[in-house]
Ligand binder design. Structure first.
Ligand code: TXA
Ligand code: MG
Length: 293
């Protein structure tokens, strides 16, 4: 079942069910050794999936869950290799979206422990932030028994922050709306650089989140090219304005939809002006550079 979260839409399967998750990987066309995040509704369910949890991770859970944050933790024996790609850590998240939380709660009442869900796009493509985008991505691969829950547009618009919580200091493996500053304030610990033997994160493949159109960063758009930039940037004559967000938050919310729009309009080139600054702007610049890779 595809469902909305506050970040992007996910395509979910019972995290304990090998058959279900296998089919989810197939629909997504994701390599089997790439791990997938387990979504839960309640802090009480963390211990089922994770153990040896550091105090700083508990601080993060209390401050930012439900929310756009995934924690990588030591796994328990309940976690099967088909969820982690054979690694000994598990990714867990409580999403802040009413439909997602209701789905997870109802699933729990039926005996389910968690829903494994990657973003509901084909492997390497742009994450969907509306139900229509999920249909566009996956309709050729779904069966009549599959379902898509329509929750409108996602509130955040880019994927969750992924934090490695298996070492003495937290490390950010994927930037998102929970920022480095927020993590340091919450935990009182300095963030570590991701170590060289870093855990594999598939979104960290250089080319990921990419549209068909070619993305150019900070170049002057030519007539016929698309343009994504803050509202203060004017649109040159003949350029197709794809998005003109008025804030960093709005930029994150509409960026993926703007990339999809460019492909729908069959544009060959998109000029993107990245937002400056830290906080959420760091995550947006990360997604822009991947879209351009
Ligand atoms: O916002 C999000 O995180 C969305 C929504 C649906 O929750 N999900 C999402 O999932 O972006 P996905 O699979 O597209 O990206 C999750 C990333 C992948 O790069 C995966 O490799 C990494 O998280 N990941 C998940 N579990 C992991 C684990 N046990 N160890 C290392 N990396 C993990
Ligand atoms: Mg993804």
């Amino acid at each position: 079942m595809a469902f909305p979260t506050e970040t992007v839409y996910g395509i979910g399967a019972d995290a304990s069910n090998a058959e279900a998750t296998k089919r989810m990987y197939l629909v997504k066309n994701r390599p089997a050794d790439h791990p997938v995040i387990v979504h839960i509704a309640d802090l009480n369910d963390v211990d089922y999936w994770a153990q040896d949890i550091p105090d700083y991770a508990i601080a993060l859970m209390r401050d930012f869950w439900p929310g756009p944050m995934t924690l990588l933790l030591q796994r328990t024996s309940n976690v099967k290799d088909f969820i982690t790609g054979g690694q000994d850590v598990v990714g867990i998240r409580i999403p802040a979206n009413t439909i997602a939380l209701n789905l997870l709660t109802e699933f729990h009442k039926l005996g389910g422990r968690g829903i494994a869900a990657p973003s509901a796009n084909r492997y390497g493509a742009v994450s969907p932030t509306t139900a229509n985008a999920v249909i566009a991505e996956l309709q050729d691969y779904l069966e009549p028994r599959d379902q898509i829950l329509d929750g409108g547009s996602c509130a955040v618009g880019i994927e969750s922050t992924i934090i490695d919580c298996t070492k003495s200091n937290p490390a950010i493996l994927r930037h998102g709306a929970i920022t480095a500053e927020m993590i340091e304030v919450s935990t009182g610990i300095v963030i570590a650089d991701p170590s060289s033997e870093a855990i594999r994160v598939s979104g960290s493949d250089k080319k990921h989140y990419a549209p068909n159109a070619k993305v150019h960063i900070n170049t002057v758009p030519q007539p016929g090219h698309g343009l994504i930039a803050l509202a203060e940037v004017e649109t040159p004559t003949g350029v197709i304005r794809l998005a003109a967000p008025k804030s960093i938050e709005e930029y994150a919310r509409i960026f993926y939809a703007a990339l999809r729009d460019a492909d729908l309009q069959n544009l060959k080139n998109i000029s993107v002006m990245p937002p400056a600054g830290d906080g959420l702007a760091v995550a947006i610049r990360d997604r822009i550079s991947r879209a351009a890779a």
